[in-house]
Write a protein that binds this ligand. Structure first.
Ligand code: KG4
Ligand code: ZN
Length: 376
């Protein structure tokens, strides 16, 4: 079956074409540059850019997949969670397409997309991590970490989702974005914080250790370490970073008073990024370990979402899976940040195992659901 999938939930206009679990094309038109100067996503700007781009992105996805639009069997689209006025653009486009082609409409939960993002197979029919059969993935423990969500999900069998823990305030990716702002590093924060942490590791490997930097107190609290439940909280960590950065700057002023070679922000910020990532990992790991102990029948640890671009996090979580006898599934690079390929993969499972699609003649009541949850 050929699935055409659309995602306009946030700041990427993305359309993909799939043949079952094989992604034939996945076109992503990113708006990061438009939102950069505002330090985050501006809904109105996102909506306008989606509207301007969606037709071009559709044509390009169909062209790259080397199909004719008549070949499309299902039209899938993210209906939530996400920004209402951004979701609307994709949902309206998908409804119109479904009507024009007279093909069923598949409403997809964006978080299900992140969850199934690692099930893609390549042209040779192989999954990059060795997942052979569709159902080999279950029962799943999933950690989904993006700019808007942080949740641990348990799925015993297809279609059953239990959210074991979630963030009480900021999402994990949002913490990266906010801490980057505290450090004047721009938006989005995840990539630049990771890059700087890499520079710190390289400095250590090359013996370029600055004792003045090493002696600075950069200790940060591990969020929700002792909360007893599986929930997360990242706003406290952001505040702790704010105070720590202030005290580091004060200490540096004192050090610099008598120093011949003055310490600059670029000298210490690398180590701070490294410490921040370490604490974030610890907080994710503590909760996942608890979840693994509770759901002893879990077979796979699935990770997904933009934060999974962080190689420190992926490395640690893959180790955690291995130590606990779990099969580890992380998406390939192109399916980590928002993309429609992952929406098509979730749609594939939905169509095949849940019969969850709507006839094109019955779309009048279909609408976006900005606060859609996986466990409803
Ligand atoms: O999944 P995603 O593309 O969009 C949402 O659905 O939110 O995630 C975007 C988030 C941003 O907060 C961004 O800072 C974060 O993913 N991110 C990272 C990295 N790359 C992107 N966070 C940590 N480390 C990274 N390397
Ligand atoms: Zn996302």
């Amino acid at each position: 079956m050929i699935i055409l999938a659309i995602d306009t939930s946030c700041d990427e206009t993305s359309i993909a074409v799939l043949q079952n679990r094989r992604v034939l094309s996945s076109v992503v038109s990113s708006q990061v540059e438009l939102h950069k100067k505002w330090g985050g996503v501006v809904p109105d700007i996102a909506r306008r850019a989606h509207k301007e781009n969606i037709d071009k992105v559709y044509k390009e996805a169909v062209r790259r997949a080397r199909i004719d639009e008549k070949d499309i069997d299902y039209v899938a689209v993210t209906i939530g969670p996400g920004l209402a006025i951004a979701l609307e653009v994709g949902v309206d486009y998908a409804k119109a397409l479904s009507n024009r082609l007279k093909k069923p409409f598949v409403p997809v939960n964006h978080m299900a997309g992140h969850l199934f993002a690692s099930t893609a197979i390549n042209l040779a029919g192989k999954n990059h991590a060795g997942l052979e059969n569709d159902m080999d993935i279950f029962p799943i423990l999933a950690l989904l970490v993006s700019g808007n969500h942080t949740e641990i999900v348990y799925s015993k069998a297809y279609g059953k989702y239990e959210i074991l823990g979630e963030t009480l305030d900021d999402a994990c990716g949002e913490a990266f974005d906010k801490v980057a702002r505290v450090l004047d590093l721009g938006y989005p924060g995840g990539p630049v914080i990771t890059y700087l942490a890499d520079q710190y590791v390289k400095d250590i490997q090359n013996g370029r250790i600055n004792d003045n930097v090493e002696n600075l107190d950069m200790s940060l609290p591990i969020p929700m370490e002792k909360s007893g439940d599986l929930n997360f909280s990242f706003s406290g960590l952001k505040t702790a970073c704010l105070y720590k950065v202030k005290s580091i700057k004060e200490n540096i002023e004192i050090i610099n008073k008598n120093a011949r070679k003055k310490l600059k922000q670029s000298d210490w910020v690398k180590r701070f990024c490294h410490v921040f990532i370490k604490v974030t990992i610890k907080s994710l790991e503590i909760k996942l370990v608890k979840a693994i102990k509770i759901k002893i029948d879990a077979h796979t640890l699935v990770v997904g979402g933009g934060v999974i671009n962080n190689h420190y996090i992926v490395r640690r979580l893959s180790r955690l899976a291995k130590d606990n006898g779990l099969f580890f599934l992380a998406p390939q690079k192109r399916f980590r940040s928002d993309n429609a390929g992952m929406i098509g993969l979730a749609a594939y499972y939905q169509i095949k195992y849940g019969n969850e699609f709507i006839d094109f003649k019955a779309l009048s009541s279909v609408d976006r659901i900005p606060n859609l949850r996986l466990d409803v």
